[in-house]
Design a protein around this ligand. Structure first.
Ligand SMILES: C[S@@+](CC[C@H](N)C(=O)[O-])C[C@H]1O[C@@H](n2cnc3c(N)ncnc32)[C@H](O)[C@@H]1O
Length: 316
């Protein structure tokens, strides 16, 4: 996956890759299940435990954003439109959206089939597909094309040359593209947690994953959509790990979940970053155990970003 470029995607798209060409082979590290492919840079496991974390994270983020999307498409979805979620994971966002907007058709695409195959709303379909081979849809098909929490999946070049141009291509004129992600650098990070974060950054650098891309995703959407997009917007929220008396109580309610989520995230990545760090598993786990107290004390938070823009009409 590492070095694919747009000429290669066109070639791959022609080949119309389907489910049977993806080999579902896995490897196990410390009891966690990972997709086995030497070009795969994604550092997270693809097992039931990770699906549970992803569900928890969905409810946490929904609570903070209050809405599942920021693009002005509510009316279209109520009347009946078409929505694509790129690298949808287990599909928690789509399951909720498809239930709320019964008139709209929803499609989720992911390389790993952790999404539900049977128990799901009728207006929701999932497709196993490698996004780096281009999206398996025609031009101008969707009213809303989203990607969420996927900064660890692609290199900066892949975002610029494949993911963003493909999302723009399959969006209808007047439709919306929306990118959501949470920065990984926790503000006011406690000193004892720094080695864990540094280990994670080191892993990402080794695999050409640029964590600093997240606040720039909106800019990349502007510069890599061949001038086809307009009406650029950005929404920012804070993911708090502490109680803030100045903030409304709804946001404060999430801090327990935020801490659970970050602690679960660092447990999840331990098999891949422990080999880089010079500490034992016991020392690593002890640092995670301090999240509850230290993140509260230091008033830690992350910035969450949503970027959304409209595809121009031909005459614009
Ligand atoms: C952190 S998860 C996010 C899932 C979902 N969007 C969410 O917000 O919960 C990233 C997802 O990207 C998928 N992924 C990574 N590389 C991919 C690729 N090349 N093509 C399609 N999906 C990919 C992974 O399998 C994983 O399900």
């Amino acid at each position: 996956m590492g070095n694919r470029n747009s000429a290669q995607i066109r070639h791959f798209r022609k080949k119309k890759q389907d489910n049977c060409t993806i080999k579902n082979t896995y490897k196990f590290i410390d009891g966690r299940k990972y997709f086995k492919n030497k070009e795969w840079i994604y550092p997270l496991p693809v097992d039931e435990e990770e699906c549970d974390r992803s569900q928890l994270q969905h409810f946490l983020f929904h609570h903070i954003w209050e809405e599942n999307f920021s693009s002005p498409v509510k009316q279209i979805l109520e009347n009946g439109g078409k929505v694509l979620d790129v690298s949808c994971g287990p599909g928690a966002w789509l399951m909720e959206m498809a239930t709320v907007y019964g008139q709209t058709q929803f499609v989720g695409v992911d390389l790993i089939p952790t999404f539900p195959t049977e128990i799901k709303p009728q207006n929701l379909k999932f497709k196993q597909f490698d996004v780096l081979n281009g999206l398996p849809f025609n031009d101008n098909e969707f009213d809303l094309v989203c990607i969420q929490n996927s900064s660890l999946c692609f290199t900066e070049t892949q975002w610029k040359e494949i993911v963003i141009p493909e999302m723009v291509r399959v969006t209808k004129p007047n439709g919306w593209v929306e990118l959501m992600d949470v920065e990984f650098n926790i503000q006011n990070l406690p000193k004892n947690f720094e080695p864990l974060y540094d280990g994670f950054v080191k892993y990402c650098k080794l695999h050409d994953i640029n964590l600093e891309i997240i606040p720039r995703l909106g800019k990349l959407l502007q510069t890599h959509s061949s001038g086809k997009m307009t009406d650029f917007n950005e929404d920012i929220r804070k993911l708090l790990y502490y109680e803030n008396i100045d903030t409304d109580s709804k946001i404060n309610m999430t801090r327990k979940l935020s801490k659970e989520n970050i602690s679960s995230f660092y447990h999840t990545i331990s098999p891949i970053i422990l080999p880089i760090l010079e500490i034992t598993k016991e020392e690593y786990d002890e640092i995670i155990d301090t999240i509850n107290i230290n993140f509260e004390k230091n008033k830690c938070f992350n910035n969450m970003h949503r970027f959304y823009a409209r595809k121009k009409l031909a005459e614009e």
